[in-house]
Design a protein around this ligand. Structure first.
Ligand code: ADP
Ligand code: F6P
Length: 327
């Protein structure tokens, strides 16, 4: 294999669902690269922007004042066109035209899939896990998860106030696609009576038993956190439980996109800064086709091939803990 040419310009894009902490990550990439004499090009609008050649030069000052801002200053997108080889070819053509030698892609598992496709076509690329879902193999945490969890806990604390005042059961839907991470963790730290996730089967009788038990033992509320991927979903479950007349009236709250907004927490700012810093270091050290993962306290390279082919498992001990602490 011929040795890769020296990297003079790095491109950075954010893709898929936005996650609080993407901005500190962009800032870290830009400033680390500039410190090491590398030019940075921001790509606006994820892979869609790459295909359209939507580029802007980023300097140290362009990323001032964004550390504390949610969302992504580079905008994000879900690009159908990029899924096709034709779209990927056009993206590579645009990179070459602009003189972009290497890419940092911050996004969720879909975005990292896209990064792998580019790596297979010879692009020097490093991925950064950014998704509130925390469903990415190879990293303990993704950018945005901690902020989303704080938002969820804050919402559940508030819902419990009104639930207790009215003696109600609340079904609270959290995001996460097919992953129950946010639901399980929120269940533990917000003290939910029950957590329902797509990874573990449950029956309506299981839920009825928990609600009934909470009522009989004199609780004045029951909070059930339901991951969005769980089946049946919250609305159907609420109707079924209400019909069983278990003592509590039932209400549903779908937290929705509020979970993706807000200023990144201290944890997310630190994680995003470390991931962005390391992404540039990896590229300049000649690594490519990898994602930066948080493994314990260390930042490690994880092959994108593993990231996209292996599954992020739910922590069974946490699931058990959520059950036992809900007594
Ligand atoms: P996330 O990155 O948050 O999981 P998506 O799943 O929507 O969000 O993926 C973001 C973008 O990544 C998609 O819109 C698409 O452009 C690209 N992408 C996703 N999966 C693939 C794939 N298998 N091949 C090529 N590109 C992909
Ligand atoms: O992947 C992040 C996420 O917020 C998921 O939890 C959710 O299922 C999805 O994105 C929602 O996507 P959209 O913003 O396109 O509605």
């Amino acid at each position: 294999m011929c040795p890769k040419a020296k990297i003079e310009t790095i491109g950075i894009l954010t893709s898929g669902g936005d996650a609080p902490g993407m901005n500190p990550c962009i800032r870290a990439v830009v400033r680390t690269a500039i410190t090491r004499g590398v030019r940075v090009v921001g790509i606006n609008g994820g892979y869609e922007g790459l295909i359209r050649g939507n580029f802007e030069r980023l300097g140290a000052r362009s990323v001032g004042g964004i550390l504390q801002r949610g969302g992504t200053i580079l905008q994000t997108a879900r690009s159908k066109e990029f899924r096709e080889p034709r779209g990927q070819r056009e993206a590579i053509r645009q990179m070459n035209n602009e003189g972009i030698d290497a890419l940092v892609v911050a996004g969720g598992d879909g975005s990292l899939n896209g990064a792998y496709k580019l790596a297979q076509q010879g692009i020097q690329i490093v991925g950064v896990p950014a998704s509130i879902d925390n469903d990415i193999y190879g990293t303990d945490m993704c950018i945005g998860v901690d902020t989303a969890l704080n938002t969820i806990v804050d919402a559940i604390d508030k819902l419990r106030d009104t639930a207790s005042s009215h003696s109600r059961a609340f079904l609270v839907e959290t995001m996460g696609r097919e992953c129950g991470y946010l639901a399980v963790n929120a269940g533990i730290i917000a003290g939910a009576e029950m957590v329902l996730i797509p990874e573990l089967p449950f029956t309506v009788d299981d839920i009825a038993a928990v609600v009934d038990d909470a009522y009989r033992r004199g609780k004045n509320h029951a909070i059930i956190v339901v991951a969005e991927g769980a089946k049946p979903g919250v609305t159907e479950l609420a109707n079924i439980i209400e019909a069983r007349d278990l003592g509590f009236t039932v209400r549903v709250t779908i937290l929705g996109h509020i979970q993706r907004g807000g200023k990144p927490t201290a944890f997310d700012r630190m994680l995003a800064s470390r991931l962005g810093y390391k992404a540039v270091e990896f590229l300049l050290d000649g690594q490519s086709g990898v994602m930066v993962g948080l493994n314990g306290r260390e930042m490690v390279p994880v092959p994108l091939e593993d990231v996209i082919s292996k599954h992020h498992e739910i922590n069974r001990e946490y699931v058990q803990m959520a059950r036992e602490l809900a007594q």
